[in-house]
Ligand binder design. Structure first.
Ligand SMILES: [Zn+2]
Length: 177
């Protein structure tokens, strides 16, 4: 996986770009949850579910159909958080789907079951540029952890920051949101 912190970069950038008018704080909170929730399957590693199992790490919960289901369920809360349901669905879908896509850019572990439950075949994206994050917090504090953070700053945080700032600049420039 990429580190859990870096999975937050996409929903943060997206909601910052859209602004509080289209993406109020409640929607941002839902988007942050959708971006990290796929790693709930890591619990399976401690429960004895093999990595390669359809419910194993990077299996069903990392798939695009799971992202659609998560976004659909989350968008039911759109009125509660003051967002339009269609905008909420798109923001949550991008946030949830970004998790598997970012993991698909890492250079370790097994691939992502992008089409689970319809196919359990696992894939990586063609550009495996992100150093895979160790599951242990202690390992993250090592020299290897530093390499992980540097690669995530370069390939996740920097592009997300640019995207968020560009959206913010456009909103200010044209008076949107
Ligand atoms: Zn993951």
């Amino acid at each position: 996986m990429a580190t859990p912190l870096s999975h937050l970069a996409v929903p943060l950038a997206l909601t910052a770009a859209l602004g509080p008018g289209l993406a109020p704080p409640g929607l941002m909170a839902l988007a942050l949850a959708c971006a990290v929730l796929p790693d709930i399957d890591a619990v399976g590693l401690w429960l004895g579910i093999p990595y390669t199992h359809p419910l194993g790490h990077r299996g069903l919960t990392h798939s695009l159909p799971f992202g659609v289901a998560l976004a659909g369920a989350g968008s039911l809360l759109a009125p509660e958080v003051g967002a339009q349901p269609s905008i909420a669905f798109l923001v949550l879908l991008i946030s949830a789907a970004s998790h598997g896509l970012l993991d698909g850019l890492t250079n370790g572990g097994l691939g992502i079951a992008f089409f689970s439950p319809f196919s359990h075949r696992r894939y990586f994206l063609p550009w495996r540029v992100i150093e895979v994050s160790p599951l242990s917090l202690f390992a993250l504090l090592s020299r290897r952890g530093l390499c992980v953070l540097v690669s995530e700053i370069r390939y996740v945080w920097a592009p997300c920051l640019m995207f968020g700032l560009a959206g913010f600049a456009l909103r200010v420039l044209f008076g949107w949101g």
